[in-house]
Design a protein around this ligand. Structure first.
Ligand SMILES: Nc1ncnc2c1ncn2[C@@H]1O[C@H](COP(=O)(O)OP(=O)(O)OP(=O)(O)O)[C@@H](O)[C@H]1O
Ligand SMILES: [Mg+2]
Length: 265
């Protein structure tokens, strides 16, 4: 694992085309620092998943992507996959494996680790995520949310230098949404890794992420510390909604939506 004080993700001039259609337009971000959780937000179809896949090396992208100063485009597929763990928005079809086996397979992919060590680390990750009770269940017999939790366990157990999570909360109940954000924050800090995650729930992003990136139509709208860049003007530009930002008595920010712009009702 890359582990140094200057560890950060740099993305410069990234563009992606699907056929002749350009979906990401020469996007340049401020460096995303290790130890901090960055939430990527934007409307449906704005290019969030395309950006995540581009950074993971799964979609062809022009531009420069460096992690801890290392140009990721110069790495082979295997080496890049070892550095960056990517959790896709739609999980692949489940195989008939027990949960613990599936997590162990993820741990041993691309790295020679003894079965004993993989078993211990896989058990620890499941416990940490609060899903130890699923260890002996079969992947193809889990609920959508349970599978999403196991997908996250598979990403974490690989000990990546960067976590790329595309809507990791989308199938989770309220408790697991916050449990996952807390685990992701803790692991990001403890392992000093770069974490970028897509969420649609603005309030959970405001309350649990350190930084936010707002994008629209394949372009960057705003980036920075959560409370520094989240304003009604930015939210109007990104989502076309009228909002109020309030801080509860315990100091946590939340957004209230008053209306949809262009809607006179
Ligand atoms: N494989 C593909 N081929 C062609 N067009 C694609 C492909 N994948 C995505 N697109 C298009 O690229 C644009 C960005 O899609 P993307 O999936 O990155 O959006 P998103 O921000 O992740 O949206 P959502 O919030 O709905 O997941 C959309 O217009 C989409 O239709
Ligand atoms: Mg998406």
């Amino acid at each position: 694992m890359v582990n140094c004080p200057t560890h950060q993700l740099e993305v410069e001039g990234i563009s992606v085309h699907y056929g002749r259609r350009q979906v990401l337009h020469n996007m340049t971000f401020a460096p995303m620092r290790a130890g901090r959780v960055t939430a990527l937000l934007g409307p449906n179809g704005s290019g969030k998943s395309t950006l995540m896949r581009g950074i993971a090396g799964l979609t062809r992208a022009e531009g420069h992507i460096r992690l801890a100063g290392q140009d990721l485009s110069k790495l082979g597929v295997g080496e890049r996959a070892r550095l960056a763990a990517y959790l896709p928005q739609s999980l692949p079809p489940a195989v008939h494996l027990q949960v613990i086996e599936a997590v162990m397979v993820a741990r041993r992919a691309g790295e020679a680790v003894s079965a004993e060590c993989a078993l211990r680390e896989s058990t620890d990750v499941l416990e940490e995520l609060g899903i130890g009770q699923l260890a002996l269940r079969y992947m193809d017999e889990l609920s959508g949310g349970q599978r999403q939790m196991v997908g996250l366990a598979q990403a974490l157990v690989r000990r990546p230098a960067m976590l790329l999570l595309d809507e990791p909360l989308s199938a989770l109940d309220l408790r697991y949404q916050f449990a996952v954000m807390d685990v992701v924050r803790r692991e990001t800090r403890k392992r000093h890794i770069v974490t970028l995650l897509v969420v649609h729930d603005l309030n959970i992003a405001l309350q649990r992420a350190h930084d936010v990136v707002y994008m629209r139509d394949g372009q960057l709208v705003a980036q920075g510390a959560v409370m520094a860049v989240t304003t009604p003007a930015v939210l109007a530009k990104v989502y076309g909604v009228q909002t109020r930002l309030e801080v509860c008595p315990r100091g946590l920010p939340h957004v209230l939506v008053d209306g949809i712009m262009g809607d006179s009702a």
